[in-house]
Design a protein around this ligand. Sequence first.
Ligand SMILES: [Zn+2]
Length: 373
Amino acid sequence: MNCLAIVYSEKNIEEINKINEFCRYENFSVDYYLSELDFKKYFDFILKNNISKVLLTDANVLDSDLTSFTEKIISLHKNNVSVLCASYDFPDPFQLAIRTLNMGGKDPGRINRIKDSINKKASRGQVLGKIPYGYKKNSSGFFVENDFQSKNVKKIFSLYNQNFSISEITRELQNTLLEEKWSNQKVKHILENDFYTGIYRRYSVVIPNSHIPIINKIDFDNAKKKLDTNNKRSYRKNYWNKFLFCGFCSNKLSVTNHKNSWISNGKIKRKNYKYYVCNHKKSDLEFSEILKIKYEKLNSLLEENINKELILEKKFEDSYVYKLISQLSNSKIFFEDFIEKFQNYKKASLQKKDMIEKIFVKQIDNQIFLSSP
Ligand SMILES: [Zn+2]
């Protein structure tokens, strides 16, 4: 297992000294120095020479653009190569990159504002040392149970696994813990965080049994299973909704519920009817008829006729990569999720031109017409 240092110049004594000093501090040594090659050549060298660790002078030495820098780190990670920057404050490549790299040609003003707010958070210590709810740090810097808070963490998992909904749990906590602020988001975040099972994650580093668990693995896994099912359910329910627009006036279609009741054999019967509708209200044009299509009917027509792979699931903002790396820095997402989200972003930005963003729906003489520009 060898270590490669990627530097600006192997002949710059000052730079090489800085690298070696950092290595002494981190207790490892460099076997090879390389500079000014394209990434493909670095990559071939890494594979050929059994390199397991890459040290960078700074983030910029690998790439000056944040998106392509991220791509390179991910491809190294996939080959089990860990990357470190020779920075005492931010040795993690993403932590350094988000502070120093730009994102090519995309509204730098906005991105800098986001960068500033991330830097402020970092200087307040929120990024680097955020302690999860339920724990505190003891005088030696280790995570130990915060007895008052950990009771609430246990309560959240216990209620959720007894089929209470997240909003019911939030209400319960809000009513009993007046001194603390609770939100559905906070409860969900706790249910998703496997720190409570004793696992410590930081970027690509995963350390099991790093601290005393508050929640046992079985309870955590049960909660996770329920979370996944609920996420999927709401995903399925709303899948088409956000893509549908009126083919006459271009307004977004809304969904309405109609309750009907009637008496049959002396008993009251009730039935719900759901419709996609547009009354063309926001439009200047006047139509004699509103658009009204049965929910299930349009859904099954869409399922038959629209290839879901061509649907642009999400429109990405210019600053998306910054936000993603910031979430990673805040330990809000796992490294595996980060890779998946980043690759979805890459896929969408490559295919953007051919993807379907909107589906327009018309109904003429009971015949439905779908179109996507
Ligand atoms: Zn309309």
